[in-house]
Ligand binder design. Structure first.
Ligand code: ZZB
Length: 261
């Protein structure tokens, strides 16, 4: 499986406010989110982290620091990103819960500044354990964001401030005939999905939107407005790699598991 790692730049202010980032002050730090949909980055509204997850900050040979799961760092070390193969350089570790509210600048996003929020269905055995959120086109993201918006107790449980969630609405980025300008909310409605834990229905929703997004989707924002998704997806991916806002990351097939599995 080949993902693009999206480099979500941790903003300066966090090195004062978040205890777990203090050792990294002065460095260029990124939350490295693995995506299969680089063409959707315009619509990012937040970053997801698993509160119970174990994350590490790893220094690449470029001196940039990536926050991700250890297993992902190890995989990356065999892709010539670290000084030593098989030995990613660990600077410090943190629990996902310590990163809540971290502000980032996400590449290609329409929004200037977005926040780290808790997602409870993240798999730590897939990608990096860091997930970027595009609620317009990802049913999982739409439901997780809806859960946080509607459930004050959930926000309280994870110390999520209202201002990290409440102002953020779905940003329409791709039109899919039959689903309109925001396919994830449409398909969640169609299947009457109640929460981020409705795994079976969410898998069906994801299946429907992945397929249709690729075959029938048309961009409605950005440089490629009016162009089909299937045409611009590889171009946007390549552009992000060239701009150094994204990095290709491959995962051995056997390590790819579904969230439920
Ligand atoms: C942005 C995005 C926009 C995504 C979209 C999807 C969609 P797959 O097919 O199961 O490999 N993701 C990445 N890593 C994880 C993880 N560890 N745990 C849970 N979710 C993860 O899924 C890959 C997609 O799942 C990735 O692409 C990422 O979300 C998320 F409009 O990035 B995506 C219909 C899906 N739409």
């Amino acid at each position: 499986q080949e993902y693009l790692l999206i480099k979500m730049h941790v903003l300066e202010e966090n090195f004062e406010t978040l205890e777990c980032l203090k050792p990294l002050k002065g460095k260029e730090v990124f939350l490295a989110a693995a995506t299969l949909r680089p063409e959707t980055m315009y619509g990012q509204t937040n970053c997801w982290i698993l509160p119970e997850g174990e994350y590490g900050a790893y220094e690449l040979k470029s001196k940039e620091v990536f926050v991700m799961a250890e297993r992902a760092a190890l995989n990356l070390s065999y892709q010539e990103q670290f000084e030593e193969e098989g030995k990613p350089k660990l600077l410090c570790t943190m629990k996902g819960s310590e990163l809540m509210g971290c502000s980032v600048k996400a590449p290609n996003a329409v929004l200037e500044k977005i926040y780290v929020l808790p997602m409870l269905t993240i798999s730590m055995t897939k990608g990096t354990g860091v997930v970027t959120s595009v609620p317009s086109d990802s049913p999982d993201d739409f439901m997780a964001l809806s859960d946080l918006k509607s459930k004050e107790a959930l926000r309280a449980k994870f110390n999520v401030k209202d201002e990290w969630v409440v102002p953020f609405e779905v940003i329409p980025i791709i039109n899919i005939p039959g689903y309109g300008d925001a396919s994830a909310p449409a398909v969640c409605e169609e299947l009457k999905i109640k929460s981020q834990n409705d795994r079976q229905k969410l898998d069906e929703a994801k299946h429907r939107t992945y397929l249709k997004g690729f075959t029938d989707g048309v961009m409605i924002v950005g440089e490629y407005k009016g162009k089909p998704v299937k045409e611009v997806k590889p171009i946007i991916k390549q552009e992000m790699v060239e701009a150094n806002t994204g990095l290709i990351y491959s995962e051995p097939e056997k390590m790819v598991m579904s969230r439920s599995g």
